[in-house]
Design a protein around this ligand. Structure first.
Ligand code: CP
Length: 312
């Protein structure tokens, strides 16, 4: 594996989960592997977990992480081919990616979608430009359409907390005041499709995710029906995909409550807005796995970096 930019880069999710758990049990075992290697973390958008857990993963492997907030701190980057650069952008991605490659052995990039231009977002122009013009491997720390480090983390967390051979996992939309990307939900769907779980999605009408990602996964528009006998309820807001980037509903009846989840474990990638997406009584209960998920972000990232270091 050269780059890690999608859940589709995982050849066997069960093997990967097993490897991640071994890393978690002895996180400093490969401390020599990344010695004298540098991980560059480039953020076009905000982050708490990804920023810290990916650096922690690099440190556990003996790598030296360097971090840059690209939006604001770097020169404005131009991605257009043949553009006359007489506007706000001062440096072309051709030079920027090549230059970062002089300083880093692996480049990790976070770049969210615009949510205004579906075609451009789906082209993954930022991530793909880094892959094209960097001379070193590239890792997605969340792109326009996917968050594969989070998806891998969530698969690990479900495996660790499952008491059944084939648990029922539900992905539920929840209300939010802002138009949010589809990336986390997309990668979670792709990860669950690779696992041996009973997986269903529930969202209001108009909120179906990209059918090229959901494929044959059952989608309920009735949350109560979907939650029946659930072992894991993974919650996330996303804006409409069909009416791209639009908020069609803020129906508070979709908020996750203690009563709704019954015996299921609650999952969310964080950050989460309390009492809008999910009520306090869920997050503050033993049913919540959100901190375990955040912890597992380190080991998912460490596994990905380890595989890239071993293969390049
Ligand atoms: N879950 C996640 O990616 O968190 P951050 O946006 O804080 O990195």
């Amino acid at each position: 594996m050269k780059n890690y930019t999608s859940i589709n880069d995982i050849d066997n999710i069960n093997t990967w989960i097993g490897e991640a758990i071994k890393i978690k049990q002895n996180r400093l075992k490969n401390k020599e592997l990344g010695k004298n290697k540098t991980l560059g973390l480039l953020f076009f958008n905000s982050s708490l977990r990804t920023r810290l857990s990916t650096q922690k993963a690099a440190l556990n492997l003996g790598m030296d992480p360097i971090v840059m907030n690209v939006s604001g701190d770097a020169w404005g980057i131009e991605f257009g081919d043949g553009t006359i650069m007489d506007g706000n952008t001062a440096e072309h991605i051709k030079e920027a990616a090549a230059v970062v490659s002089q300083y880093c052995d692996i480049i990790a990039v976070r770049a969210f979608p615009s949510l205004t231009d579906k075609k451009k977002d789906e082209s993954e122009h930022v991530l793909k430009s880094f892959i094209e013009f960097a001379s070193v491997p590239v890792v997605s720390m969340e792109s326009a359409t996917g968050h594969p480090l989070q998806g891998l983390t969530d698969a690990i967390t479900i495996f660790e907390n499952s008491t059944k051979k084939r648990p029922k996992v539900v992905l539920s939309w929840a209300p939010h005041i802002k138009a949010l990307p589809h990336a986390v939900a997309n990668s979670f769907v792709q990860a669950m499709q690779k696992m041996d779980v009973e997986f269903v999605i529930t969202n209001p009408e108009g909120y179906n995710l990209n059918s090229k990602i959901t494929k044959k996964t059952t989608i309920y528009h009735n949350q109560e029906e979907a939650f029946k006998d659930a072992d894991f309820i993974y919650t996330k807001n996303w804006s409409s995909y069909d009416d791209y980037g639009t908020i069609l509903s803020t129906d508070t009846n979709w908020m996750i409550t203690r009563e709704k989840i019954e015996n299921a474990k609650f999952m969310h990638c964080l950050p989460v807005r309390r009492n809008l997406v999910v009520e306090d009584a869920v997050l503050d209960s033993d049913s919540s796995l959100v901190i375990e998920q955040a912890n597992n972000r380190t080991y998912a990232a460490q596994l990905v970096l380890k595989k890239i270091l071993e293969n390049n």
